[in-house]
Design a protein around this ligand. Structure first.
Ligand code: HPA
Length: 245
């Protein structure tokens, strides 16, 4: 069964015919909300709103461990993360859909492993390729059948938030090789890898990153809402095609 973790702008899936909601408790605490089980184009799907269904949990307070553990308990076979980002690379303008292929993690103080008890052996996962290539390919193929252009490959920088970055921070991220910036990609991807669940992301560019193009002097929140509303419609369309395939 496919799991979809929805971020800002995607707190529910319009085409999901809901079968049941389940509150899951985990050894790591409570997930962001109940898991919503349903069907998308006749395929079983489970949906979780990363920031809670009322969008009340900021990126650094999301219980990523509990979210991932709950999806594991639900025996999901793969996870697609949907998350909004700022565009650093000049061609990644507001409204672009991107399937990233690399991550740089700038977050701090988040619980980023399931193996932190002093009485168990240290676990190092391989994270050379942080996203599952099979899931990436399925998203990209669904974009083709849906007729929705999706950019294949980008370096995602995960920042701590909840504030947006300074222009100088974005310049630094670009020098580091980052193309996109968001606040929730980590440790989510690493925890999925620890659990052995194939994971990939669809990033929706909500705004030019700080200091870039129309965000040269400030980031306009009103236009972010409008961009996300339109672009998430395209994401839903891609997800429908992915489930139909
Ligand atoms: N920075 C970080 N996260 C974001 C941004 C941004 O500019 N836009 C949407 N999520």
């Amino acid at each position: 069964m496919l799991a979809i973790i929805g971020g800002s702008g995607l707190t529910q899936l319009a085409n999901l015919s809901v079968i049941r909601r389940e509150v899951v408790r985990t050894p790591y605490g409570e997930p962001s909300g109940a898991l919503t089980f349903g069907q998308l184009c006749a395929q079983p799907v489970v949906f979780l709103a990363r920031h809670g269904y009322g969008h009340t949990i900021p990126p650094h307070r999301v219980n990523y461990q509990a979210n991932l553990w709950a999806l594991r308990e639900a025996r999901v076979s793969e996870i697609i993360s949907v998350a909004s980002v700022g565009g650093i690379r000049s061609d990644l303008c507001p409204g672009s859909l991107v399937v990233p292929d690399q991550i740089i993690d700038y977050t701090w103080g988040r619980k980023s492993t399931f193996h932190e008890n002093s009485d168990e052996p240290v676990v190092h996962i391989d994270f050379t390729e942080p996203y599952d290539e099979g899931v990436r390919r399925r998203i990209l193929a669904a974009g083709v059948t849906a007729g929705q252009p999706i950019v294949d490959g980008a370096v995602y920088a995960a920042t701590q938030g909840p504030r947006l970055e300074t222009a100088a921070e974005i310049n630094r991220l670009e020098r580091d090789g980052a193309d996109l910036v968001g606040m929730t990609g980590m440790p989510e991807a690493a925890l999925a890898r620890e659990l052995g669940i194939p994971y990939a992301a669809i990033n929706v560019v909500a705004n030019f990153a700080a200091g870039r193009a129309s965000s040269e002097h400030e980031i306009c929140f009103d236009s972010i809402d409008a961009v996300l509303r339109e672009a998430m419609g395209r994401v839903r369309n891609v997800l429908d095609h992915l489930c139909e395939a």
